[in-house]
Write a protein that binds this ligand. Structure first.
Ligand code: ADP
Ligand code: MG
Length: 186
């Protein structure tokens, strides 16, 4: 659990499904059994800030750790920085292999900051290595249709999306921000 580097521990027990009625509670709770991992499926949580994407991704990571799965939670931009640094130092192959080996990789906050073309290529290489072998969970505030622009290359974005969504469960969370919960007008 410590090695997975969750920014904050979150659980399904602490998730208020009544606040997010668009989510199918049974379906989300069933993810805890990690059937998606035995199929090497990916999970994508899409939605605006505060709707619980990181909470749910973390809760799944915690469930995976409890079942002995090697898990890493990493912010998208930290991951990109690490891959870029490895590229510059000539250690990209080794670092890619390390990230490819995690049984569950959680990449948080795709789209909050711009992504350079070279970074898009690096992330493609990683996802290609994990494709159909290991599950990855993504959280993003950008609809998949906007990823071409995000990655500054429709071709790279298409290649990335192709690997992600071929075997994936995609959850769009459309409710209000939980951070603004106390203000019903927000
Ligand atoms: P996002 O990643 O979508 O921006 P977070 O998952 O970080 O949002 O949620 C913001 C805060 O609100 C966190 O402290 C999270 O635990 C809490 N939160 C969000 N949705 C819920 C919910 N439905 N029930 C309980 N807590 C929630
Ligand atoms: Mg978040």
């Amino acid at each position: 659990m410590h090695r997975a580097r969750f920014p904050k521990l979150k659980t399904f027990e602490a998730f208020d499904f009544d606040f997010q009625p668009g989510l199918n509670r049974m379906e989300i709770l069933d993810l805890k059994h990690l059937g998606f991992m035995t199929q090497s499926e990916n999970i994508v949580f899409i939605g605006s800030p505060g709707v619980g994407k990181t909470h749910l991704a973390t809760a799944l990571g915690v469930a995976a750790c409890r079942q002995g799965k090697r898990t890493l939670f990493i912010n998208c931009h930290e991951l990109l920085l690490r891959l870029r640094t490895a590229y510059d130092k000539g250690t990209l192959e080794r670092v890619l292999r390390r990230y490819a080996r995690y049984e569950l990789l959680i990449i948080d906050e795709i789209g909050y900051l711009p992504i350079e073309r070279q970074e898009a290529d690096l992330i493609f290489q990683l996802l290609n290595m994990r494709y159909e072998k290991r599950s990855t969970i993504f959280t993003t505030n950008i609809a998949l249709s906007g990823w071409g622009e995000l990655f500054k290359s429709p071709e790279t974005a298409a290649a990335i999306l192709d690997r992600i969504v071929h075997h994936a469960k995609i959850y769009k969370i459309t409710g209000r921000s939980y951070r603004l919960k106390r203000d019903p007008s927000a």
